[in-house]
Design a protein around this ligand. Structure first.
Ligand code: ATP
Length: 574
């Protein structure tokens, strides 16, 4: 078997428990029993989220890709926008969301459960093999391992985000019993990333594969596909469209039909419909981008995996407008820069990948040959697979064209730097609908990836774990601790706390704490991911030095108290 990326050993349950314990993320409406698909960010989570949003805003909008020149060699020009969550409903008709923002859903008539058709994973049981080795030889020789009759309809089904998740779920004895499986043991991933296992589904041990069920199979053979809840065939419906838009009614007296409006399912459309406004009222010229962050709402059928798939979430989107001839160059530029950006915030190594889409994955707006890539992170619940963090897509001129047609407004752009040369040697100009490159990132998924990446179990510390956040996004930048609440130590610590707060408070929290033992205070800061603690002790009283405790190495050093602020500035890179 080929080498696989090492699956992460971090437990999502442990990560979620820490998020609750330390106030990163709470279940929304918890005291009322919660509400599925919604989350609240506690004090640490809210600050972490702000830090990530600010980092994006600073690097993208204020610094224009941190000063990296675009493919044309010029500085990248980006302007900000803050558009409404609710727009004229015609916006969503033009964008295709009202008609087409659908997830095909399947119902199980017997158990009344509903799930996304593309989340139904098939377990295909193969003909028996004497040994795994023999199986591998056949497979490497390119032979089809599944018998012809099981190729069409799977033997068992499971609802999961990926084959890998399905395997994990199937190791649960309760589920096995429900589906009539006597034993199951995963053993490998093949070269295509397909998951294999040994299964006894009633006729002795065989080899099985986990695969997505083709849409056509569900359309044509729904009645033969076994239910993921009972293991029996005959209760599944064919897939039916379910619109993900959240509807609301405008005004107190309006009737629902005439006054229907929608909560935006993406921030992008607010940008497209303001393209003309921005061009007419600012000095931008193509190529340029419009960026905005904000909430988006999708009535996801199966919200799951903590905040990864929520019904309310925040996006950080850029629509970058360029001449059609330049779209390839800009696509590559954005794809690579966005990947680098996430890496610079600490998502490094095998946990982060850039994946170009296959042509059969292209979205409705993307044309054949136009680039689409995902930046994906290996979350503990997707491992050893990956989940999307950000999509970078060449949307061509699809959206501007749609809005121009539906609103009957000219949205083309007159570019006076192009076109044939006139007699005076100046270009005559060219009128065109710009093409758009869209880097669209999820803020909540970004926060979740940073939390998962930072979560570092360590048996040698009292907390048993620490959060290794990059200092730039750490919610608490530093803590000031008087060793004890007497002997004049608080009197020295408080001015230092105030100094740090005044100087760095715009970047995150500065913590001041005198309660409990110093060990317990350090442990709290480890779980909060605070990179530096400054402790005032009895030596401070005589030599004006403090102890600096480094979160990652546990090193302790002494520095002069009047150097603390500069020390922190240096470490935070500000
Ligand atoms: P998915 O395939 O996971 O449903 P998508 O391809 O529909 O995502 P986009 O429409 O490209 O997502 O949205 C851009 C970004 O918004 C995604 O990369 C993701 O980070 C974020 N996002 C999308 N849907 C959700 C959601 N339900 N919960 C949290 N974040 C989301």
């Amino acid at each position: 078997m080929p080498d696989e990326a090492q699956p992460t050993t971090k437990s999502m349950d442990d990560i979620m428990a820490l998020c609750k314990r330390r106030g990163f993320i709470y279940q929304a409406s918890e005291i009322y029993g919660g509400v599925n698909g919604f989350w609240d960010y506690g004090p640490l989570g809210a600050q972490l989220k702000k830090n990530l949003r600010d980092a994006w805003w600073t690097d993208v909008v204020m610094k224009g890709c941190n000063g990296k020149p675009g493919p044309d060699g010029n500085p990248v020009s980006i302007v900000p926008l803050d558009s409404s969550i609710i727009q004229n409903p015609k916006v969503w008709e033009a964008s295709g969301h009202v008609g087409g923002f659908n997830d095909p859903m399947v119902d199980d008539k017997e158990t009344k459960q509903r799930f996304r058709a593309d989340h139904l994973i098939g377990v295909y049981v193969s003909i028996p093999f004497e040994s795994v080795e023999q199986f591998q030889v056949l497979q490497e020789a390119g032979q089809n391992i599944a018998s012809p009759e099981v190729n069409v309809v799977p033997d068992k089904t499971i609802v999961a985000n990926s084959s890998h998740e399905a395997v994990e779920l199937l190791t649960d004895r309760k589920l096995q019993k429900l589906l009539g499986i006597r034993s199951f043991q995963p053993f490998a991933n093949d070269t295509n990333g397909m998951v294999l296992g040994r299964i006894d589904a009633g006729s002795g041990e065989r080899i099985c594969e986990f695969r997505s069920i083709p849409a056509q199979t569900l359309e044509l053979h729904a009645s033969s596909v076994p239910s993921p809840f009972t293991g029996k065939a005959g209760s599944l419906t064919t897939p039916r469209a379910f619109n993900l838009m959240f509807k609301t009614v405008l005004g107190a007296t309006g009737n629902a039909e005439d006054n229907t409006a929608y909560l935006r399912p993406e921030t992008a459309q607010g940008i497209f419909i303001n393209f003309k406004n921005v061009v007419d009222t600012t000095r931008v010229s193509v190529p340029f981008g419009i960026a905005q962050t904000g909430k988006a709402f999708r009535n996801e059928v199966t919200p799951r995996n903590f905040t990864f798939r929520s019904r309310e979430f925040e996006q950080m989107e850029i629509e970058f407008f360029c001449h059609p001839d330049d779209s390839k160059g800009w696509y590559t530029f954005w794809r690579d820069w966005r990947m680098q950006w996430w890496q610079d915030l600490g998502l490094k190594g095998d946990n982060l990948i850039l994946r170009e889409h296959d042509s059969d994955e292209l979205a409705h707006y993307a044309k054949e040959g136009a680039g689409t890539a995902d930046i994906e992170y290996m979350f503990p619940f997707t491992a050893p697979g990956y989940g999307e963090l950000e999509g970078i897509a060449d949307r061509t001129n699809f959206d501007l064209k749609q809005h121009a047609e539906h609103s009957k407004t000219k949205l083309d752009y007159f570019d006076n730097t192009r076109g044939e040369l006139a007699k005076n040697g100046q270009p005559k100009g060219e009128r065109y609908l710009p093409h758009v490159i869209e880097p669209s990132a999820g803020l909540d998924r970004g926060v979740l990836a940073l939390i998962c990446e930072a979560f570092t179990p360590d048996e040698n510390r009292p907390s048993g774990v620490y959060m290794k956040f990059h200092p730039r996004i750490a919610p608490i930048k530093a803590a000031v601790f008087p060793l004890v609440k007497k002997d004049g130590m608080p009197e020295i610590a408080e001015p230092l706390y105030n100094e740090l707060r005044n100087r760095f408070g715009h970047l995150g929290t500065i913590e001041y704490d005198v309660k409990q033992s110093i060990g317990k205070r350090y442990a709290r800061m480890d779980e909060a991911g605070c990179p530096f603690c400054f402790t005032i002790d009895s030596d401070t009283l005589t030599d004006n030095t403090v102890t600096v405790r480094h979160r990652d190495t546990l090193d302790q050093e002494r520095i002069a108290i009047d150097r603390v602020a500069d020390f922190l500035a240096n470490k935070l890179g500000v």
